[in-house]
Design a protein around this ligand. Structure first.
Ligand SMILES: C[S@@+](CC[C@H](N)C(=O)[O-])C[C@H]1O[C@@H](n2cnc3c(N)ncnc32)[C@H](O)[C@@H]1O
Length: 205
């Protein structure tokens, strides 16, 4: 059996290696902002692992277009659907989450963020990495990671946000910004936006 039977499988394996150390910490930081009983839409959900961290009685729905991730999620009984979020409106949900995925839509990140915000009826939670193996100085590592991401249909396998670029991106949402800050020892940045007029939700640090 070949070591990697598809690009998606290869990419999935790389994701596991790349984020192994801080993925769980990120899920916990995101889940703290999700109120009990909420409807949660996880956009670019990967294998839907966030669903394991949610408070009681939340209804989880994950969207992704990767067959390998969808298969992996379904094997674990997680409710995920095929959905290409690249164009058109997203389904509406009380809480919308997008983790480590905005960078893939470069240079159309403003447009993607606007569609995520439009889909969130109450709260949008975005966690984005400001660290990546595509910046590794180890010989050969950066090109291999970037290649795997490009072959998954991403515009630029090397693009990653800096903390300053993320702050600029979210500047337009300042009135809705409930929280922003570093998580996972500074490897990720977390942004929580609340819709004006929405009933306040009570999940805090
Ligand atoms: C870096 S992974 C993050 C996965 C997950 N959010 C997590 O935190 O583990 C990026 C995900 O975005 C998905 N993705 C990329 N472009 C997409 C698109 N146009 N529509 C749906 N999913 C997409 C990939 O398949 C992959 O699962």
């Amino acid at each position: 059996m070949p070591l990697f039977y598809s690009n998606s499988h290869f990419y999935h394996t790389l994701m596991g290696i790349t984020y192994r150390h801080h993925r769980n910490e990120r899920f916990r930081a995101v889940a703290r902002w999700i109120p009990e009983g909420a409807d949660v839409l996880d956009v670019c959900c990967g294998d839907g692992a966030l669903s394991r961290y949610l408070p009681e009685a939340t209804r989880y729905r994950g969207l992704d277009r990767s067959p390998a991730f969808l298969r992996s999620a379904r094997r674990r009984g997680r409710p995920v659907e095929y959905f290409d979020v690249g164009d058109g409106p997203l389904p509406k949900s009380q809480v919308v989450v997008c983790q480590v995925s905005l960078y893939q839509f470069h240079p159309r990140v403003d447009e993607m963020l606007a569609r995520l915000y439009a889909a969130a009826q109450q709260r949008l939670i975005v966690s984005e990495s400001v660290w990546s193996l595509t910046r590794s100085k180890l010989p050969g590592v950066a090109p291999v990671i970037a290649w795997a991401m490009r072959t998954e249909g991403m515009a630029d396998g090397y693009f990653r946000f800096t903390p300053e670029a993320l702050d600029r991106l979210f500047e337009a949402y300042r009135p809705a910004l409930r929280h922003s800050g570093a998580i996972c020892g500074g490897m990720d940045r977390l942004f929580v936006l609340d819709k004006a007029g929405a009933r306040p939700v009570a999940a805090e640090y």
